[in-house]
Design a protein around this ligand. Structure first.
Ligand SMILES: *[C@@H]1O[C@H](CO)[C@@H](O)[C@H](O)[C@H]1NC(C)=O
Ligand SMILES: *[C@@H]1O[C@H](CO)[C@@H](O)[C@H](O)[C@H]1NC(C)=O
Length: 354
């Protein structure tokens, strides 16, 4: 199937594009969650209409409000790991048409990687060195909620890990031509892969924080691996999202993409996470599902006996009716971005390689 091939090439390029993997990886492949394209953000704006439109994948519990317990108890998941009812979400992508309207750019589904990249703080190690090959990060703890990136950014600071962790990849018909940029692509793309790499170091105490990020930190040396700092000493599996947006229909008018915040630069891309796993299965996965056969390894904790496998991605719809059913572009172009978000930042035209 084309999708499978696409996911495989996504995996290979993801691994090639980031610091050397240390083994210990599994991927959760998901369909988009139907009904999730709405101004909902259960992490940052629980119970109210959020300022911009998101699109989610994963557990069907996603909506304006979702506690961690509700995530775990969700009816179903769009992901191919049945025990994973986590919510994975990002802003929705739009195309600003020449006549001023906005067309929704379809998010076809994400691949979410759980990577063994970081290691616990050590008072004796050189924190800039790479992790011992024998180290296993622990699973994201039950109840963990976090965000990476910042929706208000319209400029790029190349030394900020929180910005290095945000990337856009322009997939063209030539597989060798996939430019990686912190800003929205400035050339025609068959698809855009929007990437967000979450901080891998946990303070060991708080499952969330007022800004939804300060209970987490990036490793000392790089944004995507290495020793954790003393302030956040506990290494968890690194979460890395790749959300795919189908941009083929845009054709040559590619210079007018905009994230739902009104962001024309792309620097405001961000990712959000609520852990909704069967925690028993997740806790065991790094040790039981990372053999040569991956999730098909006998005894892998992600294997669901009744399914005779870990599951399959599937079309699913949110359980809770959207209380704010405004047009978001699913029926055709809309005159303004939901929330009336004005366009901001200028499209980045200069050639730049991250
Ligand atoms: C504006 O442009 C879009 C995209 O080409 C098109 O679908 C839509 O019908 C146009 N709307 C108006 C009012 O002309
Ligand atoms: C959670 O996963 C474990 C396997 O790791 C399994 O034995 C258990 O039945 C699962 N619990 C639920 C509620 O599915």
């Amino acid at each position: 199937m084309a999708t499978k091939q696409f996911i495989l090439s996504a995996l290979l390029s993801a691994l090639a594009g980031h610091a050397a993997a240390q083994g210990g990886v599994f991927t959760v492949n998901c369909a988009a969650l139907q009904g999730s394209i709405q101004r909902a953000d259960p992490l940052i704006y629980p119970g109210v209409v959020s300022p911009h439109v998101h699109v989610a994948a994963g557990g069907t519990g996603f909506g304006q409000t979702q506690t961690s317990a509700q995530a775990v108890a969700a009816r179903a998941t769009t992901c191919d790991k049945f025990y994973d009812k986590s919510s994975y979400w990002q802003p929705q992508l739009y195309h600003h048409n020449a006549n001023g309207t906005f067309s929704l750019v379809t998010m076809t589904g994400p691949a979410v990687y759980y990577l063994n990249r970081a290691c616990d703080y050590s008072p004796t190690a050189n924190l800039q060195s790479s992790c011992p090959s024998t180290f296993y990060a622990r699973a994201p703890p039950a109840g963990l909620r976090m965000v990476v990136g910042n929706p208000t950014l319209r400029t790029y600071n190349p030394s900020d890990f929180n910005q290095q962790a945000i990337q856009h990849v322009c997939l063209t018909s030539d597989p060798n031509n996939a430019p990686n940029t912190p800003y929205l692509p400035n050339q025609p793309c068959v698809r855009i892969r929007a990437e967000t790499f979450f901080p891998s170091c946990w303070d060991g105490v708080n499952l969330d924080s007022a800004d939804h990020s300060s209970h987490m930190a990036f490793p000392v040396g790089t944004y995507n691996g290495g020793y954790c700092p003393q302030s956040h000493p506990v290494a968890i599996y690194s979460l890395f999202y790749e959300f795919f947006y189908d941009t083929a229909a845009i054709g040559s008018d590619f210079n007018r993409l905009v994230w739902a915040m009104g962001d024309q630069t792309g620097y405001g891309l961000h990712g959000d996470y609520i852990n909704g796993w069967n925690q028993t299965a997740l806790d065991l996965a790094m040790r039981t599902c990372t053999g040569p056969q991956g999730v098909n390894t006998p005894g892998c904790s992600l294997w669901v006996p009744s399914l005779n496998g870990p599951g399959a991605s599937s079309a699913q719809t949110v359980q809770t009716t959207n209380p704010n059913p405004e047009p978001v572009g699913l029926q055709g172009p809309i005159p303004s971005l939901p929330g009336n978000n004005p366009l901001s930042g200028t499209f980045v035209k200069k050639s730049f390689r991250a």
